[in-house]
Ligand binder design. Sequence first.
Ligand code: FAD
Length: 277
Amino acid sequence: MSKNLDFSLEIFPPKISDGIEKIYGCLVGMSKVAPDFISVTYSAGQAKKGLTTEVCQYLQNTYGIPAVAHLTCAGQTRESINLSLEEMKKAGIKSILALRGDLTAEKKVNDLVHATDLIEQINAFGEFDIYGACYPEGHVESPSFDRDIQVMKMKNDLGVKTFLSQLFFDNKDFLHMRDMATAAGVTATLSAGIMPITSAKQIVRMVQLSGARIPSKAAKMLSKYENNEVALCKAGLDYAVRQIRGLVREGVKSIHLYTMNNIHTAEYVRAGIEDLI
Ligand code: FAD
């Protein structure tokens, strides 16, 4: 098996009202896992707005871990985006995951319609490496999978160097997307987004949010351990480790782990793939 697998983590920040201290314990734990970078999610809604920039700055300054700040454009104006970019630049952030964001009654499209518009604005601002999102099972609003691949190519041609994928549980979906994207001329790194199943409640919510399909192997695991949360968590983490090892056997060189701020998840998965990193 090949070595030098890139391994990154995703975390979410505390709300502004909770203060950055709330996440210090989590950040110590995540830093010990020594990822190549940590990405920090973004929430645009006023009530939910979190400390994305502050957490990224803290990770870089305290632990020397490169941070990728998520940024969504739905509901924002060009002016508000420029203010965010100014703030990020001042905070020493070098990389942004440029996203549209999910549309809600509060977050309708405004000045910027697609992530591609945000990417263009970040390009015009300068300063940042740009990451983009991709969808192994297709984006829920896309008329076809081919359309998604065309959008990946647009993002690629606008300068996206790395795609972080939506979570998926069947490697075939990611590998199919990779083959289609490569055939379409996408040259950016495709990092596979892996979310271990650690509880039945969590996975129901995530599947609802992402639209990810649960393949029969994972469904069997969920029903086998439906009354044993501890055993389900271990089985879910082992499933994720097997998933990553399977992807690496197929030549995948980059993994992005959705940690849900759970240090045990990050440690367990890292230990299970240590020989590949
Ligand atoms: P887009 O790329 O704009 O795609 C949205 C739809 O529009 C797709 O159907 C696409 O095919 C189509 N499309 C895109 N560009 C064009 C174009 N130029 N012309 C025509 N059609 C186009 N959400 C958050 O709120 N905060 C987060 O921190 C966050 N982190 C995420 C991290 C990852 C790795 C992923 C995969 C998703 C994340 N999301 C987050 C969710 C994301 O905001 C939603 O999936 C959203 O619905 C789409 O975002 P996008 O950037 O992929 O949008």
